[in-house]
Design a protein. Structure first.
Length: 246
């Protein structure tokens, strides 16, 4: 039975880098309008999983998007436009100013009208509090500002799902909050998101569903209350003891 509450469903995902098995028989579902967070120790496969979701990595497994099978006949470049991705190190184009960074994909990849894209970019920049930096270059921005521009850029292609891979890990502590604030606003608009983060209190607050990954296995998953208040497995209990000080 197809379940259209799930925007995305991956079954039996396996991923190797040469001899190294990084993801093992992973089943992943993402419900429309919800936030799923992936937590786990360094090297457990969180980044690889998130990169598989938009086919930045090849993998084995069955993949359904909006109930439709994604297979070798799918145009992956087109399919990837369903996803906005925000990285730890921002990955802005250094030679383009803020506005040009935002309109690059809508104009050059999606072939949309430039002046429409400029108008939409201004609305997005206003939402993330960066409209006054329209003409600045990435090198002229703080880490928090770069990440807010990166989030606006990821939204410019009108993606159906946003993927965040440790969006605050490279930021000075005082800049973390300004980025989390933007992500909270997206949640209020029912944006479907997958978040990898070590900010455990933020993960607790923002997630509808949390997955604990270790050595490429889904060890345990559930609601924030289940994961943080009633963890079943010893592995998760140990992990939380190390990273989550309430
Ligand atoms: P996490 O994001 O949870 O820290 P990763 O997904 O980055 O973990 O990495 C999972 C494992 O896969 C690690 O052992 C890492 O060294 C390995 N790995 C990740 N990317 C590559 C790659 N491109 N080539 C080879 N090994 C990789
Ligand atoms: Mg990672």
């Amino acid at each position: 039975m197809l379940n259209f509450d799930n925007i995305l469903e991956v079954k039996n995902l396996n991923k190797c880098f040469d001899d190294l098995k990084v993801l093992k028989n992973v089943d992943f579902k993402l419900r429309r309008g919800e936030v799923t967070s992936i937590i786990g120790p360094s090297g457990s496969g969180k980044s690889t999983l998130i990169r598989c979701l938009n086919f930045l990595e090849e993998f084995e497994g069955e993949y359904l998007f909006n109930g439709k099978m994604i297979d070798k006949d799918t145009d992956l470049n087109k399919f990837r436009l369903n996803f906005g991705m925000v990285f730890q190190h921002f990955n802005l184009f250094p030679h383009l100013n803020v506005l040009e960074n935002i309109i690059e994909a809508p104009v050059h990849v999606q072939g949309r009208n430039r002046s429409d894209c400029v108008n939409e970019a201004k609305i997005l920049l206003d939402k993330v509090g960066m409209l006054d930096k329209l003409n600045s270059y990435p090198s002229e921005l703080s880490g928090g500002q770069k990440q807010r521009v990166a989030i606006a850029r990821s939204l410019a292609i009108k993606p159906k799902v946003l993927l965040f891979d440790e969006p605050t890990s490279a930021l000075d502590p005082e800049m973390v909050e300004e980025v989390l604030h933007v992500i909270r606003n997206l949640k209020d608009k029912n944006t479907t998101m997958v978040i990898v983060s070590h900010e455990m209190s933020f993960v607790h607050e923002i997630s509808d569903h949390i997955i604990f990954l270790e050595h490429g296995h889904f060890v345990e998953s559930g609601s924030p209350n289940k994961i943080f208040k009633k963890p079943n497995s010893q592995r998760l209990q140990e992990f939380l003891k190390k990273v989550y000080i309430q």
